[in-house]
Ligand binder design. Structure first.
Ligand code: BTN
Length: 250
């Protein structure tokens, strides 16, 4: 599959770039389009949770990708987003960890999240990254669990240059490289690379499934398309999607 031309649509205040993506897709925008908003008033995360997306503080973006892979591979596009975020953060001297299924952490706190939706056979790869937040910019309920690139650069005394535009382009470049790899070779290596960065190694966790069922055990790896493999007392289970509670967090 040829790499589609990159098109960046820059918008001001929107509800959610995921919704904008559907509108622009219906207007004929295709694979390779990135919809980037200055602010979202109804930004959302997994399971319909609210995603704080204040004006000028972060990158709030949806990238349109039409895949030629079999549909069973599409869930791995979330891992492509997560890996690209990790690589872009590493390029500015930070050490991210990936908390399955879609959180990117710095110093154990969430700095970015990935949300993949599907519309008309096109994956809408939503990426939210906290860039310039100070602690007071986060709602009190999220403060202890959230961070931003600015806070982490300050904490690690990093003086590598950083600006929003360069970071966005770096991220898009890496994402498009990895999507090309995904299309050519499938998700296996991408999923392996994201597992190398997992925050869940050697942790005892509970995973809450969308059905309400819970599994408790130790994560032992990821399946080919990014499902979590958990060793429980009853045996090994493979979990395509769920919410992880690390035991010390509980
Ligand atoms: C999560 O961590 O639960 C996923 C967060 C994804 C947030 C991004 S911001 C851009 C895009 N538009 C949205 O409404 N959500 C995603």
């Amino acid at each position: 599959m040829n790499r589609p031309a990159l098109r960046i649509l820059r918008l001001g205040r929107v509800g959610s770039t995921q919704d904008e993506a559907r509108v622009w897709l219906a207007r004929g925008c295709g694979s390779g389009t990135a919809i980037v908003a200055e602010e979202q008033t109804r930004g959302r995360g997994r399971r319909g949770r609210r995603w704080e997306s204040a004006a000028g503080l972060g990158i709030w973006m949806t990238y349109l990708h039409r895949s030629g892979r079999p549909a069973r591979d599409w869930p791995a596009v979330t891992s492509v987003g997560a890996l690209s975020l990790c690589l872009a953060l590493e390029a500015i001297g930070l050490r991210p960890a990936a908390k399955w299924p879609n959180d990117i952490l710095l110093s154990g706190r969430k700095v970015a999240g990935v949300l993949a939706d599907l519309e008309d056979g096109v994956v809408l790869l939503g990426i939210g990254i906290n860039l310039f937040h100070q602690e007071a910019d986060f709602p009190v309920s999220l403060r202890a669990r959230s961070t931003s690139i600015a806070l982490e650069k300050h904490r690690s005394r990093s003086d590598l240059p950083f600006d929003r535009e360069s970071f966005l382009i770096e991220l898009l470049d890496r994402m498009r490289d990895r999507l090309e790899q995904f299309e050519a070779d499938g998700p296996k290596e991408i999923v392996e690379e994201i597992w190398q960065r997992t925050s869940l190694r050697d942790q005892r966790i509970t995973v809450l499934l969308p059905s309400g069922v819970c599994h408790r055990g130790n994560p032992v790896g990821l399946g080919e398309t990014g499902a979590l493999c958990l060793q429980t007392e009853e045996g090994k289970v493979t979990i395509p999607s769920g919410t992880v509670i690390v035991e010390e967090d509980a």
